[in-house]
Design a protein around this ligand. Structure first.
Ligand code: MN
Ligand code: MN
Length: 296
């Protein structure tokens, strides 16, 4: 009797402790994964990539081979046939552009380059000492496979000094995405001018048997707006605009990926390139925001 009571006690203790254990270890079911709907490429009616303007008045006339407009949906390009690179690329970044689609790495020739023009290939930069540097970054376009894949067309790629691409240039790209994560939307116009850069194999003016020009300088203009509508009208004298010019060389100190020291004004970029950037913005506002150098 004493023995069976003892056993009952043990048994009860085991049940109690296992119940207690169950109670402690039961955690709420994990929330369902957040599904980000893919962002469809903008149609003609919703295209926001050139909302701030077409800096060089690029056209889709093939006779305009030095300034040929190519709309990829997720960004727009002024392509230069004889340089084998873009003059500039223009795009819009909103929070819904960020999703879960991984970097596709499917660098490829853009078949929309007109027949008879040289098509830069995925391997055109091989052993050149230059990175295949994105102008519109892969990480700005992760809402769908198509969106990400679009950034790997070689018309969105420039031969870029690797430690610039992976250093201050990448740091500025990350800074921009953080601004979007923080409740802003961005209009970004970015390009390259001049001839002659220095990559990991030394200086070069062209690669790919002279078919691709190595630009001397890379530039970027970022218009920062709090997330909202009617964007063009919201660009005012106090709108933050971040502009940089970076020489296409490996930075002296690649472990310090500081982009801020490359800041300049939009006016400076306009005088270097001959473009009218932000041309859709009211002239009086352009005069103010293009003269400033960001200092935040
Ligand atoms: Mn890059
Ligand atoms: Mn302007």
């Amino acid at each position: 009797m004493k023995n069976s009571l003892y056993l009952t006690c043990i048994f009860a203790l085991i049940i109690f402790s296992s119940c207690k254990k169950d109670y402690i270890e039961t955690t709420p079911a994990p929330p369902p994964p957040i599904v980000v709907p893919p962002v469809a490429p903008p149609t003609e009616a919703t295209d926001s990539t050139l909302l701030m303007g077409n800096p060089s008045s690029a056209t889709d006339n093939q006779a305009d081979f030095g300034n040929y407009l190519m709309k990829e949906g997720y960004y727009s390009v002024s392509y230069n046939r004889d340089r084998g690179i873009a003059n500039w690329v223009s795009w819009h970044v909103v929070y819904s552009d960020f999703g879960s689609f991984a970097r596709q790495n499917d660098f490829r020739a853009n078949q929309a380059v007109p027949d008879g023009w040289y098509k830069v290939e995925s391997f055109s930069y091989s052993a050149s000492g230059f990175d295949r540097g994105h102008i519109c970054p892969s990480s700005d376009r992760t809402s769908s496979l198509e969106a990400n894949s679009a950034t790997f067309l070689m018309t969105n790629i420039i031969p870029q000094a690797p430690k610039n691409n992976q250093g201050p240039w990448a740091a500025l790209e990350t800074y921009c995405r953080n601004l979007v994560q923080g409740g802003n939307e961005l209009y970004i116009i970015s390009g390259a001018y001049g001839e002659g850069g220095t990559g990991d194999n030394g200086a070069a003016t062209t690669i790919d048997n002279g078919k691709v020009t190595v630009p001397a300088n890379l530039w970027k203009v970022i218009v920062v707006l709090t997330d909202g509508g009617d964007d063009l009208k919201r660009v005012k004298n106090n709108t933050r605009v971040i502009s940089v010019i970076m020489p296409n060389v490996n930075p002296v100190n690649p472990t310090n990926p500081e982009w801020r020291s490359f800041r300049t004004s939009v006016d400076d970029i306009e005088s270097q390139t001959g473009y009218d950037i932000l041309s859709k913005v009211t002239k009086s506002v352009q005069d103010v925001i293009e003269a400033k150098v960001d200092n935040l």
